[in-house]
Design a binder for this molecule. Structure first.
Ligand SMILES: NC(=O)c1ccc[n+]([C@@H]2O[C@H](COP(=O)([O-])OP(=O)(O)OC[C@H]3O[C@@H](n4cnc5c(N)ncnc54)[C@H](OP(=O)(O)O)[C@@H]3O)[C@@H](O)[C@H]2O)c1
Length: 221
């Protein structure tokens, strides 16, 4: 295995990464785009710089990769999108838009390139990545005025083995977009259409605080 670190939106650096990879392995069979940043914030407090930092790895990064590989015979290109583009969660406008771009781009890519592209709308992963180890949930909890959201959401998150199985199936499908959800998608879509209520995704023990003007405490200790 060889790891190169590069800015996904920097065409020349990425071209160099591709060239170094070909020098070392002679062939590139597949490309997985998984670069991404997620920062919950309200639109009113989002600066252009903040939105750019979320949009750029996905939008510019995907276009750079596509340009570098469009004339090739890759076996696959996979774009790591998110349920956020399907559900449009509160305080994630830039992240939802960035992932919407990936979903649309997969269709575009399939209409012009020789290889197959699939965008996978992932739910939260329980054991790895953004949800498992970063400050993401702390920021979201502060924004929503709730506690222990991480624990609650990770209860419904996908396990690594199930995610890998879904990934294998996505690779073997000829769809342009695949939504992976451990929860009922219909129920999630219904909730996403309802007027915003920060507690609506939380379980019964959290909702007992509904109606309170105080920030919710998720657990009675
Ligand atoms: N994990 C989840 O629950 C989940 C759910 C839905 C969708 N996804 C999507 O799946 C992908 C992977 O998520 P993850 O959880 O593995 O995230 P992660 O652990 O935060 O990894 C994201 C990676 O993207 C890299 N990156 C960010 N901006 C970049 C840029 N401009 N150029 C190059 N690299 C950049 C980061 O590099 P640095 O470490 O150097 O910053 C990091 O290695 C993301 O696109 C995310 O949106 C994840």
């Amino acid at each position: 295995m060889e790891v190169f670190v590069a800015e996904a939106s920097d065409r020349e650096t990425m071209r160099e990464v591709v060239s170094q990879t070909l020098k070392r392995f002679q062939v590139i069979n597949g490309v997985i785009h998984a670069a991404g940043i997620i920062r919950p914030h309200l639109i009113k407090s989002t600066t252009k710089g903040m939105a750019d930092s979320v949009l750029s790895p996905k939008v510019d990064g995907t276009m750079v990769l596509f340009d570098l590989f469009k004339g090739t015979n890759l076996d696959f290109m996979v774009l790591f999108s998110s349920m956020a583009s399907v559900l449009g969660p509160y305080a994630h406008a830039d992240y939802s838009a960035a992932n919407c771009f990936l979903d649309a781009f997969a269709n575009y890519s399939n209409s012009v390139a020789k290889f197959h592209t699939v965008a996978i709308n992932w739910p939260v992963w329980k054991e790895v990545g953004i949800g498992a180890g970063s400050s993401y949930f702390a920021e979201l909890e502060a924004l929503l005025g709730v506690e222990d959201l991480q624990e609650e959401m990770l209860e419904k998150a996908i396990l690594t083995d199930d995610g890998l199985e879904a990934f294998k199936r996505a690779l073997n499908s000829d769809h342009a977009q695949i939504i992976v959800s451990p929860e009922s998608l219909n129920q999630l879509l219904e909730q996403s259409q309802a007027p915003f209520d920060p507690t609506m995704r939380l379980s019964r023990r959290y909702r007992t605080m509904e109606g309170s003007s105080q920030p919710m405490k998720s657990r009675q200790r």
